[in-house]
Structure formats: C-alpha cells, structure tokens
Write a protein that binds this ligand. Structure first.
Ligand SMILES: [Zn+2]
Length: 509
C-alpha cells in the first residue's frame, strides 16, 4: 500500500512524589497497607473540610522541575477538574491546568548510541484519585491513594518508535530515583503513563490541500515500560491500517474519529491489544475552575536555589566519573548505577579500597574492576548479599585475592561464609583475614616452601624438564600441575609459576 507512514508519539507521565504526607492533608502517603486506613475528612472530600498544601510534596515537585530544566512559574495555581467516578469522592480532582508549575523542560535520552533531546512541554502538580478494586460480585474502593501527591510530566509529540518510548521512560525513572523525587516503581503505580499516538503520510505531508494526518489517539494508564512499548507497536500498526482503509474508501483522514483507548495486555494466548474507551463525541467536559479553597502557589528565588542544592550527582555524570576515575567499562558502570542503592554500595566499596592500609600501596585501577566483578557476579547472586556483606568487606576481599593470600575460588567460599555468619551472629564484623585462617584458605606464598614443591615436581618429571630445555615451553605446565598437586592446591599460583621458571632457568641436567 502506498504512503510513507510515520509516527508522532507524546507521553503524559504521572509520577507519585515520595513525600511523607498526602498533597492537601497530613495523612501518610502510604497505601500498601490495609485499605482505608490513611484517610481523613480532607482526602475523602467531606463537606466543610479544607485542603492545606503540604510543603514536602511541593519541594519534591520543584526538585523534579529543576531536574528537567523547566522554566518554573513563580506563581502557579490550582484548578478543579470535574468528573464523576466512584473513587473520586470530591467529584473533582485538584490539578494545575491554566498555570502549571513549569514549562519547556527537557530530557536527553540515548537510542542506539545516538543522543536525542526530548522537549518536555509542562510539569504540573495534581492529586491522585482512590483505587477501585473489582471482583466478580463487587467493586470495593480504597481511599488510601486519594489525595496522594503527583506530578504530571508531558512531552512534546516528538518520539517515533516504541524503542524511544522505552528509553525515555527508563531515563526519566532513573533521574527521578537518583534525585529522590519518587521510587518510580511502575508495578506499585508510582509511575504511570498515557501515550498519545498519531500517524501521518510523510510523502504527502505539507502539500497543499492534502489530508495526510490521522487523528491523535490516547491510550490511558500504562503501568509498565513493556506495556507502553507493546501499546505503541500495536497502535501504530492499527492506525496505519485504518488510515489506508480510509483512503481506499475515498474518505478524508481527518474524518477518523478521535479516540481514547485502553491497553489490554496479552493473556492466555490472546495477544495484547488496545480497546476503545470513548470517542470524541463522548469526550468529557471537565469544567475546569480555579479552586477557591486554595491560594496560588507562590515561590521565592531561594526555593529554587534550595531545590537545585538538593540535586545529587545524576546517573549519567556518575557513570562518566567512574569510567574515568575507576577505569570501569561502560557495561559495568551501567549495571552498577542501575539503582541509587547499588551505586552507593559500589561507591562505598571504592572508598574503602582507597582507605590507607599499613604496608600496602594505594589501589591499582584493576582493584576497582575486581570490586565491580565481585559485586556484579557474586554478591548480586547471593540472597540479600548486599544486606549481609558490607562494602568494607568487599574491599578486604579484593585485597586478599590480589595479594594472593587466598585464591579467587576461596574468595567465593569466604563470601558465602560471611552471609552465613551474618545469619548466625548478626552484628559480627566478620574479619575476613580471621575467617580465611579459620577456614584454612590461606595460600602458600613462602618462597622456600614453594621451591620445595618445585624441586619435588622436577625430580618426578625429568621428561618434562628435557622437553622444556628442548624449547617446548608448554612443558612447564606439566611441572606446574605436579607442584600444585604436591602443595594440595595451596600454592599461590602466580608465585609458584614464577619460582618454577626461575628454577628451570638455572637447572643443570
Ligand atoms: Zn487525608
């Protein structure tokens, strides 16, 4: 079918702020508890109750605004958005429609190694609704979430692929988590996104009198990055097909009905698909109205300064620094910065490595690499390894293996022993050197003893010595194996090899 179809995608992301209390009352901002325990007259919309804007939520909203370079409105205001829904007890939601907290922000994302700047049109503060819990017979309503503080971040419709949408949501979540604005957990509803999609025929766009663009379709409330990407892929294909059929019928693309749809994830063999919720004809009129119970939000320049001062080093800057300061690979830096908690753990380990130890030189660059490997490959696979093994112990482990005091394999044993010990004797500081001695893991480093193993091996393998002298250098491996066996696997391998080669050089037959 003809046409060069392209896509415009914009997102509206709802982010739950990690403040202690709700937006307009002192109820705890918690809802993974029994239903309807964190409620009061304000958040359940009782007559006569009055809202009071909470400082904690405003501070986090402002931090998000400066984090994404928004132009902050020093005076923004609150509006009522009216609609009826059982989990919205007031009959309206408080939001910032006319004058949002910020406009014209941005976020840079990376797609296939290419950096793309995504313009953000606005950020505003609003309250969440309650939650309806449906069962076969009943719908129950939990108001713990009613009045929870949100910011909504809206992008310009500049994205074109599901891949870009995924990259955007991951970057956004990562920045929000590092800045402590939100936990960003989509499975807990802390981040949800609406996706706006339209398709157009780029071969016909811009030609006068040519109708080349389909209507914008909104898909509501996607609660995972996977769902957002699947919804984009499905919807793009659906809209192109609909547009082509419309053209075939000789009708205009703008005659296609504007729709709001919802995403139904794949289940029981049925592929995921979007489903019609409402069309433009039944579009809601929200009757926006400035909230007479709330004063405008007036900010001072010092509020902005304070918000900027609260921004920690972001994940991108941190990765760049690690690659330069610790010589980490891009992959390791990426994995270790995948959460602020893990990043802090690695940073603490690196600092423990830098702490001066008597008689030892400062850490080499490969020490950081070794620490990264222990954390990524070993600690992460132990159940609650990060709770049970402290960063200073990982640093001690790196030192023990590097100085050939124990083997790498024994290092693994030591880690497991640390975890087990944490369970048996919580609070024990688990001195690694002591534990290695108790478990008899020390390697033999003593040159005189290593020489004894080498001589004994050489006495047994006269043939290998002759091979080696005849220039077959790999014959040394046979001798090395023999000497290692005689040490019952306890010889420090690098030192044993060095001693053996030295002895072979001076050996007379
Ligand atoms: Zn309340």
């Amino acid at each position: 079918m003809s046409g060069l179809w392209k896509t415009r995608i914009g997102l509206e992301v709802h982010v739950r702020l990690a403040s202690r209390s709700k937006l307009f009352c002192a109820c705890p901002n918690l809802f993974e508890t029994n239903p309807n325990v964190h409620i009061c007259p304000v958040c359940t919309g009782q007559p006569g109750s009055l809202p009071a804007l909470g400082r904690g939520a405003v501070e986090l909203a402002l931090r998000a605004a400066v984090l994404f370079d928004f132009d902050v409105a020093m005076l923004s205001r609150f509006d009522r958005k009216h609609y009826f829904y059982p989990d919205l007890p007031k009959g309206y939601q408080v939001t910032q429609q006319e004058v949002p907290l910020g406009r014209d922000g941005q976020l840079e994302i990376e797609v296939d190694g290419r950096r793309v700047r995504i313009p953000l049109s606005r950020i505003h503060i609003e309250e969440d609704a309650g939650r309806s819990v449906h069962s076969e017979e009943h719908t129950r309503i939990d108001f713990n979430r009613a009045g929870a503080p949100l910011v909504e971040i809206v992008t310009d419709p500049v994205m074109e692929t599901a891949q870009e949408v995924g990259a955007f949501l991951r970057r956004l979540r990562e920045e929000l988590r590092y800045a402590g604005v939100s936990d960003g957990d989509m499975d807990k509803g802390s981040m949800r996104t609406d996706v706006n999609i339209s398709v157009y025929d780029s071969s016909r766009l811009g030609r006068a009198e040519v109708d080349a663009e389909g209507p914008r379709v909104e898909i509501k409330n996607l609660n995972s990055i996977r769902a957002a990407q699947d919804a984009v892929d499905f919807e793009v294909a659906r809209q192109i097909q609909e547009a082509q059929e419309t053209i075939r019928r000789g009708a205009q693309l703008h005659s296609i009905t504007v729709q709001t749809r919802r995403w139904v994830a794949s289940s029981e063999g049925l592929p995921g698909h979007s489903k019609l919720m409402r069309t433009k004809a039944s579009q809601l009129d929200y009757r926006f109205l400035e909230d007479p119970d709330l004063l405008p939000l007036a900010l001072l320049a010092t509020d902005l300064d304070a918000a900027r001062a609260m921004l920690p080093e972001g994940p991108l800057a941190m990765r760049d620094r690690w690659r330069c300061e610790y010589d980490l690979s891009a992959h390791d830096a990426e994995v270790l910065s995948s959460s602020p908690q893990l990043a802090a753990y690695f940073e603490a380990t690196a600092r423990a490595l830098q702490a001066p130890v008597r008689g030892e030189s400062p850490p080499a660059r490969q020490s950081y690499k070794a620490a990264a490997n222990w954390i990524i490959n070993d600690l992460a696979s132990l159940s609650s390894g990060f709770d049970k093994v402290a960063p200073f112990q990982v640093a001690a482990l790196v030192r023990l293996v590097e100085s050939a005091y124990i083997s790498h394999k024994s290092g693994r044993l030591l880690l497991s022993a640390l975890v087990a010990r944490h369970v048996d004797q919580p609070g024990h500081d688990g001195d690694l050197l002591e534990m290695a001695q108790a478990l008899d893991l020390e390697l033999v480093n003593d040159s005189a003893l290593l020489d004894e193993y080498c001589y004994a091996a050489m006495a047994r393998r006269e043939d290998a010595i002759q091979s080696w002298q005849a220039g077959r250098l790999q014959a040394a491996d046979a001798l090395l194996g023999e000497a290692m066996m005689l040490s019952r696997g306890k010889a420090a391998p690098d030192k044993l090899r060095a001693r053996l080669l030295a002895l072979l050089e001076v050996h007379d037959t």
